[in-house]
Design a protein around this ligand. Structure first.
Ligand SMILES: Nc1ncnc2c1ncn2[C@@H]1O[C@H](COP(=O)(O)OP(=O)(O)O)[C@@H](O)[C@H]1O
Ligand SMILES: [Ca+2]
Length: 509
């Protein structure tokens, strides 16, 4: 470097560098710092990458929901290295099996097995061939099969044998086909909702697993065709121990009230209602206040009394009854209230259970959602708006309804009034929601990346994906590694900028 340049360094803004020797020393230190930082950053990034990314790939699981009215197959996937995290499972497919629920095949059990094939054929194509053998597949049957078991235990077992046989034909990890208890169905729905919404644990800013600050969970309400479930974590002690379930999840204890009301799913409740009307009207021509004016249908007595939810009736079961809609929401609600009135049922009656005082928000899914979605009532409308909307719907005559909803199946369209009033009566009279707490109900089909229902909770439980103890804080560790890498990378950048400035200054001299 020419002599003249050393003189001019003194006159630069970096005047603390007295001479070339000092300047070079400073440059050397900065350069060393830069190289050191860059090496540390590189090492940390590599360590961090392997710690966060883990072994690449996804795992899969499948669950059949064998409901009273239909069977669906849910296919889930999740990152293989985050198995014990929360809310990381995605639903990648749901397949509707043809025909009715498996309990409807009581007289032809092999047909129950056959009804699963189209969904299995479709779902297996979604799983990489190498992973099929390790992919769990489960079937849970609900209230339809509970009722069939009450009526005919042998037939129920045969149906379960046949569905198991079909599932075992596929190169998957068969993990059983069984009837869930009502309490399991309710609790698993509650686990699904809270898992998807990450209310059990959450990852703090510092990367640690922590209990969410309020520690509150969402309640879960499931309306099926043959039973309905209510589950939540109350603020008071649960006196009726048969309605209590205790879980330890991610290191925290939860005590929930859970109850399944058998025969009070939408379809069975409407049967109870019809039988009640027949009893009071004592005629084979029944005026039905919950069906629209102008609607008429004929059914056989056997199709009404084929359920263990109803007392048997005397007389010719092949005889027909005619149902005529009168579209009267007030009378409809009063009659529904009568099927909630259980003088005849005795103290042991499962329907005499009432939930403890309500607390927190509730997710209402399955038929709660389907019915309210059709009626445009899933946007947290007030209780009075809901009532008014349903009443107005019930007052429309059948021809007008068919014109307004030409694509809706007639059996569904004719029953929305009855189902809407049933829902409002159940929530108000049984669960004790009022105009204030009504706003705590969220009518939804999905949360996070999956449908809300018991199936996801069932898979998580059976594959031990929800640990009872708090998970290792590996995310915490990887986050701090990541923070350290970031620090060194910033340091390197700053050093590089200073170095570049100095270099430019030396160059100019
Ligand atoms: N798209 C829909 N619109 C209206 N109701 C529906 C729709 N899909 C399903 N449902 C109703 O939801 C209920 C589902 O019950 P299901 O799961 O089969 O019975 P359970 O849980 O009692 O064994 C049935 O009453 C069915 O008619
Ligand atoms: Ca169901």
């Amino acid at each position: 470097m020419p002599q003249s340049s050393s003189g001019s360094i003194e006159s630069t803004a970096l005047g603390n560098m007295k001479d070339n020797g000092k300047g070079r020393a400073a440059l050397g230190i900065i350069l060393a710092l830069l190289i050191g930082s860059a090496i540390i950053a590189l090492v940390l990034s590599i360590v961090n990458w392997t710690s966060i990314a883990g072994p690449p790939g996804f795992k899969y699981g499948m669950v059949f929901d064998a409901g009273s009215s239909h069977t669906s197959l849910f296919v889930y996937t999740w990152p293989a290295d985050k198995e014990n995290d929360t809310g990381i499972v995605n639903q990648i497919d749901v397949c509707e099996a043809p025909g009715g629920g498996i309990s409807s095949y009581a007289n032809d059990p092999p047909a129950a097995g056959a009804s699963l094939r189209s969904c299995l054929d479709k779902a297996i194509k979604l799983i990489p061939e190498k992973q099929q053998k390790e992919t769990p597949i489960l079937l849970g049957a609900t209230a339809g099969m509970r009722l069939l078991r009450l009526q005919d235990m042998v037939a129920a077992d045969k149906v379960l044998d046949e569905v198991s046989k079909t599932m075992k034909e596929y190169p998957l990890n068969f993990r059983g086909a069984r009837i869930l208890t009502g309490n399991e169905e309710g609790s698993l729905g509650w686990i699904t909702v809270n898992y998807l919404l990450k209310s059990f644990v959450t990852c703090s800013f510092a990367g640690k697993w922590v209990h969410p600050s309020q520690g509150e969970t969402y309640g879960a309400m499931d309306l099926g065709g043959a039973s309905t479930q209510m589950t939540f974590s109350p603020k008071v002690a649960i006196t009726n121990k048969s309605t209590e379930a205790v879980f330890k999840l991610y290191g925290y204890n939860y005590t929930v009230f859970t109850h399944s009301y058998l025969c009070y799913g939408k379809d069975q409740a409407l049967k109870l209602l019809l039988a009640k009307l027949r009893e009071t009207q004592k005629s084979s021509n029944i005026d039905h206040p919950c069906y629209p004016t102008g609607y008429t249908t004929n059914i056989t007595l056997s199709s009404l009394y084929n359920s263990p939810c109803l007392n048997t009736t005397s007389g010719d079961l092949t005889a027909q009854i005619t149902i005529k809609g009168t579209g009267d929401p007030t009378v409809c609600q009063n009659t529904i209230q009568e099927i909630f009135n259980f003088a005849a049922c005795g103290t042991d009656c499962e329907f005499n259970v009432y939930p403890p005082p309500l607390t927190g928000d509730f997710y209402a899914f399955s038929a709660f959602y389907y019915i309210f979605d059709f009626l445009n009532l899933t946007n947290r409308e007030s209780m009075s708006t809901v009532r008014r909307t349903i009443d107005n719907f019930c007052l429309q005559d059948w021809n007008r309804l068919k014109q307004r909803f030409p694509t809706e199946k007639e059996d569904r369209l004719s029953a929305y009034c009855a189902a809407g009033i049933y829902i409002i009566t159940l929530l108000e009279n049984k669960y004790k929601f009022n105009s204030e707490t009504w706003s705590n109900i969220i009518f939804a089909k999905q949360a996070g990346n999956a449908d809300i229902g018991w199936t996801l909770g069932y898979m998580l439980n059976l594959t031990n994906m929800i640990p009872s103890e708090a998970p290792l804080e590996y995310i915490g560790r990887s986050r701090s590694l990541w923070a350290a890498s970031l620090f060194f990378i910033v340091l390197s950048l700053v050093a590089a900028i200073i170095l570049a400035l100095l270099y430019l200054c030396f160059q100019r001299e």
